[in-house]
Design a protein around this ligand. Structure first.
Ligand SMILES: Nc1nc2c(c(=O)[nH]1)N[C@H]1C(S)=C(S)[C@@H](COP(=O)(O)O)O[C@H]1N2
Ligand SMILES: [Mo]
Length: 176
């Protein structure tokens, strides 16, 4: 039975079921990137198809705020109660960049680096937040960009292994 299923899947997808398929099958539209006009706040490098510079894809805050905005209300391991975050869905963002890979290495302004499995991004609506409770995230307050997991909606995310991946002061992603 599984073999038949697998065969059907392989035929339907043209036999390209590998760990390095594009992040999302749903949104296959690639970004057409302009050049950043303001300070670069996020740089994406590695296994991506869309670039606007030698090092990869570079974004200023206006470009990131121009992406479809999603809201997420959740508690965090470092704040009391629930906060309302706004940002963009990491899955759709990487899909728009034509990312293929199994790991996203996230780095921050304070030189913090952590590897995020691509499977997190596929399974959960992980966002890159640029505002909290209606205010832009400031450098003093985990900003300007903070990776936020939907931790209240998924009890399994309330775990130290995931807390590491809530990268605040995010400034680079490398797709591997
Ligand atoms: N930029 C940055 N993000 C980070 C960290 C960090 O040191 N720098 N620490 C991580 C860890 S280990 C945890 S548990 C959570 C919460 O860390 P905090 O209590 O230092 O805010 O953020 C994660 N994100
Ligand atoms: Mo931690």
């Amino acid at each position: 039975m599984y073999r038949v299923l697998l065969l059907v899947i392989l035929v339907l997808t043209g036999g390209t079921v590998t760990a390095c398929d594009p992040v999302s099958e749903g949104n296959t539209e690639l970004f057409e990137l302009s050049q950043p006009a303001g300070d670069i706040v996020l740089e994406v490098s590695g296994a991506i198809a869309v670039r606007n510079g030698e090092n990869g894809a570079q974004f200023d805050m206006a470009m990131l705020r121009g992406l479809p905005t999603v809201s997420l209300s959740t508690g965090t391991s470092v704040t009391d109660g629930s906060s309302d975050f706004e940002g963009f869905l990491l899955r759709d963002f990487l899909s728009g960049l034509g990312a293929t890979g199994t790991i996203v290495r996230a780095s921050a302004l304070n030189d913090y680096v952590v590897d995020i499995p691509m499977s997190d991004i596929e399974r959960f609506d992980v966002i890159v937040a640029h505002s909290m409770d209606g205010e832009p995230l400031s450098l003093q307050d985990k900003g300007p960009l903070w990776i936020v997991y939907p931790r209240d909606a998924h009890p399994e995310l309330q775990d130290i292994r995931y807390d590491y991946r809530w990268v605040w002061q995010l400034n680079a992603l490398e797709v591997q």
